[in-house]
Design a protein around this ligand. Sequence first.
Ligand SMILES: *[C@@H]1O[C@H](CO)[C@@H](O)[C@H](O)[C@H]1NC(C)=O
Ligand SMILES: *[C@@H]1O[C@H](CO)[C@@H](O)[C@H](O)[C@H]1NC(C)=O
Length: 354
Amino acid sequence: MVGFGAIAAVAFAATALAAPTKQNKRQAPEGVPDYVLKYAPIVYLHSQDPYLPSDFQTHLSHSSPKVNFNTVSGPSPLNLDNLSELGSDVYLTSNDDVTTNPDWIKGIRPDSSGKTNDGITTAVVVNDKGNGNVDAFYFYFYTYNWGGLVAGIKDLNFGNHVGDWEHNMIRFSNGAPQSVWYSQHANGQAFKYSVTEKHSDSLRPIAYSANGSHAHYAIGGTHDHTIPNFNLPFGVLEDKTERGILYDPLLAAYYYKFDAASNTFSAYEEGTPTAYLDFAGRWGDQEYPTSDPRQVKVFGQAKFSSGPTGPRDKQLNRANVCPDNGNECILRGILVPRRVEDDSTIFEGDEVLR
Ligand SMILES: *[C@@H]1O[C@H](CO)[C@@H](O)[C@H](O)[C@H]1NC(C)=O
Ligand SMILES: *[C@@H]1O[C@H](CO)[C@@H](O)[C@H](O)[C@H]1NC(C)=O
């Protein structure tokens, strides 16, 4: 008995040492490429962020389909298997007044292992383009986005919305990670995998999720949050990130293949809901009109904006690691924060992708 226990303990220790990502691999279904798991990002949430990663179904259970603020008919109850029956004009609208901060909009606080227990908060989508070229998207879902304060002024709070899909994308070549995209509001940043900060396993790149807005950054600290066509004479909006709460997206994820030719998703595991990925409408309330007492508009910016579309709208078959959005795709070769004045600066080691 004693001998057996000792051998088992040694075997256990050896396994734990040799493969820190083993546990995660076991969670994922058969067929997901092992490198998609091995190099998956690890996220640090801000310690003061009240709005944490959220369970997809919980979001639907508290929402009703609306078009122009009127409820429209649709499947009932709404679930991840029937969401795609709703039209592209639909806004999944909160049944509660979100300004009362109902508990369900705050998501799930990850446990000490980084797991959002009892909820699926991430969708991993793999686009195999052939010839060893694979793009893996890691989509993180948050029920609520708090837009932050311009110049730290309480009355200048813009861009709050219900529903928030963010992502990293890792581009692989023959199973080796090449570059990583970090989504940040309307745009983002791309970094060579080799320069990204790594988790304790020295493999998984770290993403810092900004307090409230959940833009994902490659380094901690403060970043400029640019709003297109919106230049205030005094200060900018800032995104605050820090090594707050560890969130391991793989511990609460569904896994899919994306076929670009047919524009379809298929789950790696039977029984995984998929139809919600085909929903073309919005994952949150429509921008409240100014007649709504919750709404404030200053300098043309709304305090509450409309919820976003889902993963299908994030250019899953992009040419470069950056989505094609009219901006230059700079693949950074050094770690830099996001600064308005540096947005188009080319640093040594950077590559401009065409
Ligand atoms: C983080 O966001 C919350 C509200 O969403 C805010 O109250 C808090 O001050 C923010 N923290 C920092 C450091 O900006
Ligand atoms: C939507 O899903 C619910 C729960 O599975 C089911 O009862 C309902 O029939 C579905 N609606 C449609 C229209 O498929």
